[in-house]
Design a binder for this molecule. Sequence first.
Ligand SMILES: [Zn+2]
Ligand SMILES: [Zn+2]
Length: 251
Amino acid sequence: MKIEILGCSGGIGPGLKTTCFRIDEAVLLDAGSGIEHLPIDDLLEIRHVLITHAHLDHILGLPLMLATIYDKHKEPVTVHALPDVIEALKRHIFNWVVWPDFSALPDTRPILNYHPIDTGTTCSIGPYTVTSLPAEHPSPTSGFFISKGGNSFAFTGDSSFHRPFWEAINRLQPQLVIADISFSDEAHSIAEDSGHMTASQLSWVENVLTYKPDLRATHLKVGFEEEIAASVLNSTRLNVKPLIHGETIRL
Ligand SMILES: [Zn+2]
Ligand SMILES: [Zn+2]
């Protein structure tokens, strides 16, 4: 399984894009501004988009992608997400005001399908087994566990420290966990209010984990990347490295 980090920043700026990971050729995990790296031929290969939550930094590329491929697409794109997330996309994005309702276009065979996945349930998506994992964030959010051929990884989505997520990780034992570490410890009150983890909360993760997956930090606040990375080193004996824009992880 190949995971391409198209975007992993908590904001925007030169060289910085928001959350979007491409899994092999046909699956996106979140559709933030990182999607801009994909040329149209690659966008046309996308069949599935897993969305953790409806915050703009994780979805803004989805309506733009659908408009870009609309007249050339050969197969519909299916969005997999919590029922509440799908409802938010329908009500607030694909509502004919902000953007056309691509689940009704073209009327003969719409380009956009929705597939609701409740927290804790597992389904097959192409060659992947996907489990929706619990998360804690101001907007309805799920993490995901994704496996193929004996290789697997998990993503917290945006979430504060949420013990049920890490207990699920112990049960599922993915090789890699990508975790939202948005803030340094100085910003702990902002982190708490906005539902993200701080670097020092990795010590709580360390206390829950019963094995040692590879851990990667994502969604770092723009301008504080070095501070957060240094704080991570001081907070835990776990080996946690920030994701890098443009890197490819192979499992
Ligand atoms: Zn969010
Ligand atoms: Zn976010």
